[in-house]
Design a protein around this ligand. Structure first.
Ligand code: NAG
Ligand code: NAG
Ligand code: NAG
Length: 311
């Protein structure tokens, strides 16, 4: 839809420019493609700065320094290679490649801030402080149910359980179904993939970051990088572009519109801690950092799908 239209718009203008340019050009110029090895292979994208240019393995290790401590719950699971492999698939769609270098670094910190806060086992007294324990989990530890809802489109597979798994934990059969469709992976029949394959877990999380939950709504990526113009309704509901609205897209009123509640503050703290560690600094958190007063894009009582994905 929106993207399709823009795509054709771009194609048309390219055609027009090409037609105008023909008399002036001797021969047509071929688009340059570049290769950076496994991090980015053979695409026009790789010629520009991509995530590996400003987010290297030592930075990943800094952000998630405690994830392989013996007391962590997913020792050996998460690694830099999986994150970059997953991210590379979304870079052509703008993930970590939109705007200038500052915006690109902010987006990586923002996305990982969400991931860190959702997978943390850092409590008040943890060594290294509560922000040092992101990527401690890759699945919910003691689910009290199997998160199987009657759903005609995405019926539960026999015996499968749909408790929280992944980097932005996915709950419920219908969410595994939707995300599986998005990734072209059979997550409905193989939900365990999200705790067995870190690349798939990161792909699912980035897909969620990049994808609007409803038609005509922005994605978390859109509200963060400035792809989104608030409507009058949005402004009246105090929804403005920035990190705050990413929490609104992902969690709605489970996190937003509740004042400065702990769960919201915790996500913001991870984002800002990662900005510091990446050398950007929390002074560059951007406008509209919180969503304390925002009304949800999708209030829970009217639609459970968006909020449940991450409850
Ligand atoms: C690469 O960066 C330039 C300058 O910012 C931009 O105009 C161009 O569209 C980018 N190319 C791709 C493939 O994103
Ligand atoms: C993990 O999943 C990716 C696709 O997301 C696939 O390419 C890769 O082979 C898988 N790795 C393993 C060890 O199964
Ligand atoms: C604006 O908000 C009102 C009240 O929440 C809603 O009924 C209406 O459909 C919204 N309009 C648009 C264009 O989203």
């Amino acid at each position: 839809m929106g993207r399709q239209m823009k795509y054709w718009g771009v194609m048309l203008s390219v055609v027009v420019i090409a037609l105008l340019a023909i008399p002036a050009m001797g021969k047509s110029k071929k688009l340059k493609v570049c290769d950076k090895g496994w991090e980015c292979s053979h695409s026009v994208y790789c010629c520009n700065e991509t995530i590996t240019d400003f987010f290297q393995v030592y930075q990943f290790e800094d952000l998630f320094s405690k994830r392989n401590y013996p007391v962590a719950h997913a020792v050996g699971f998460w690694d830099y290679h999986s994150f970059i492999t997953a991210a590379a698939l979304f870079e052509p769609l703008g993930f970590g490649t939109t705007g200038g270098k500052l915006k690109q670094m902010q987006e990586v910190a923002a996305f990982l801030g969400h991931v860190g806060s959702k997978t943390s086992c850092g409590y008040g007294v943890a060594t290294g402080g509560p922000m040092a324990w992101g990527l401690c989990y890759n699945h919910e530890m003691s689910p009290d149910k199997s998160y199987c809802d009657d759903n005609l489109v995405y019926p539960c597979a026999p015996g499968a359980e749909y408790y929280g798994r992944g980097a932005l934990p996915v709950y419920w059969n219908y969410n595994y179904g939707v995300i599986g469709d998005g990734l072209k992976e059979d997550l409905l029949n193989h939900p365990e993939q999200l705790q067995q394959n870190a690349t798939t877990a990161f792909r699912a999380a980035i897909w969620r970051w990049m994808t609007p939950m409803k038609k005509k709504q922005p994605s978390a990526h859109d509200v963060f990088v400035g792809n989104w113009e608030p409507t009058k309704n949005d402004t009246l509901s105090k929804r403005l572009p920035g990190f705050g609205a990413t929490m609104n897209v992902l969690y709605g009123d489970l996190v937003c519109g509740q004042g400065f509640a702990d769960n919201m503050n915790n996500i913001i703290s991870h984002y800002q801690h990662y900005l510091d560690l990446m050398g950007v600094g929390r002074g560059q958190s951007g406008d509209n950092l919180d969503c304390a007063e925002q009304e949800a894009f999708n209030p829970t009582d009217k639609s459970k799908s968006s909020a449940d994905a991450s409850s």
